[in-house]
Design a protein around this ligand. Structure first.
Ligand code: ACO
Length: 346
């Protein structure tokens, strides 16, 4: 078969069609099924945004799910990848290609609903569970912290979760779809997507942003710190994006949230943005979501070790939406590569 060469990183290559949402990099906007993600984050509870993203239907995307007691030794390991995988196995999730659309959706709702308890249990290394009727975000913060969260923290984290629930064909979503295209079960798809998210070029950059803030210390040191980092050929975390060529639309709203929640960090982040405008001038590298997201997470009392998992507690809805969509396609995703090793010797 003749191979077609594509750009590095598949940048700009469309591999399928989707109705879930779109990221318009040149315009600096993104949406969920046609509705502004930022507007939804300002106005709409997470549960409703989840329903819209999952399949745009009227049935809830989130229900009440308790974790099985058999999961206790797994959450004690403190590793979310293992816990998601084990939860899927203990729940008896079957390959999506053997399920009806309604059964696939039921598995998605089950996994999404279990996710906050999984993340909180892994963080605490003991099983915790939701209370009936509790909001997704409020329940997550309560299970994680062990006490009722403040309304300000719930509002701030709900905004963050609505903004990050889905974001186009990023590495995590693509990974979920590759696994879904094999017909594997939903737990396999979501475990793989989460594994992709744990890479620092994707979802696991947030603690590094706080490390940068800590290293800079005071606003007037930002420009000098950045010049020195660039001289060391480092990438400045919290800047640049694979798709946005203008402002990341998640930044202004998160900046607003930070101003209220964590004024000290907010002042420093503004100084870092100002310094970047000077130091990175001409490179079209604006602030991305992860410059402000860790300030929100820290301000909500979430430990640094749970930042990426918290991101996943929102993004799991997008991953499941991609899996449900991919499950309706028949073709396995199986690209090729030019072989450049030793010649075939027979
Ligand atoms: N600091 C300094 N230089 C940068 C940065 C940065 N943050 N980002 C990109 N560049 C440079 C690249 O080195 C590249 O230069 P080169 O051509 O000389 O190698 C040039 O700018 C163009 O890079 P892009 O093609 O725009 O970036 P790419 O799509 O490869 O990477 C990425 C995007 C991974 C987000 C990158 O900007 C980066 O590493 N940023 C820092 C980490 C970060 O903030 N990640 C979170 C992203 S948001 C998210 O995924 C949720």
């Amino acid at each position: 078969m003749e191979l077609i060469d594509v750009p590095e990183g598949l940048a700009g290559v469309a591999v399928t069609a989707t109705r879930i949402g779109d990221v318009l990099g040149d315009e600096g906007v993104y949406h969920y099924r046609g509705r502004s993600a930022v507007e939804l984050a300002r106005t709409t509870p997470f549960e409703d945004v989840a329903r819209l993203v999952l399949d745009g239907g009227t049935e809830p995307a989130i229900g009440h799910v308790e974790l099985p007691a058999d999961l206790a030794p797994i959450v004690a390991l403190g590793d979310l990848r293992s816990a998601v995988s084990a939860y899927a196995a203990l729940s008896g999730l079957r390959p999506i290609m053997d399920l009806s659309p309604a059964e696939r959706r039921a598995d998605a709702v089950r996994l999404i609903s279990a996710f906050p308890a999984l993340v909180a249990s892994v963080a605490r290394r003991e099983l915790v569970g939701p209370r009936p009727g509790e909001g997704y975000v409020a329940g997550y913060l309560r299970m994680l912290g062990g006490s009722d969260p403040s309304p300000a923290a719930v509002r701030a984290l709900e905004t963050y979760c609505c903004l990050t629930i889905e974001h186009g064909f990023n590495a995590g979503a693509f990974t979920a779809r590759v696994v879904a295209s094999t017909g594997a079960d939903l737990g396999a798809c979501v475990t793989a997507a989460y594994a992709a998210l744990t890479g620092p070029r994707h979802g696991a950059v947030q603690t590094r942003v706080l490390d940068m803030f800590d290293a800079i210390g005071e606003p007037d040191r930002a420009a000098a710190w950045m010049r020195s980092a660039l001289a060391d050929r480092q990438r400045i975390v919290g800047f640049g994006h694979a798709v946005y060529r203008t402002t990341d639309p998640r930044v202004p709203l998160l900046r607003e949230v930070c101003a209220e929640l964590a004024p000290h960090r907010h002042r420093l982040a503004l100084a870092v943005e100002e310094a970047a405008a000077e130091v990175l001038a001409g490179r079209r590298l604006g602030a991305n979501v992860d410059l402000y997201a860790p300030i929100v997470l820290e301000g909500c009392g979430i430990p640094r070790s749970s930042f990426t998992a918290t991101f996943a507690a929102a993004r799991v809805v997008g991953w499941c939406a991609h899996v449900l969509e991919q499950a309706t396609e028949r073709k396995i995703i199986r690209p090729g590569a030019h072989y450049i090793g030793d010649p075939y010797r027979g």
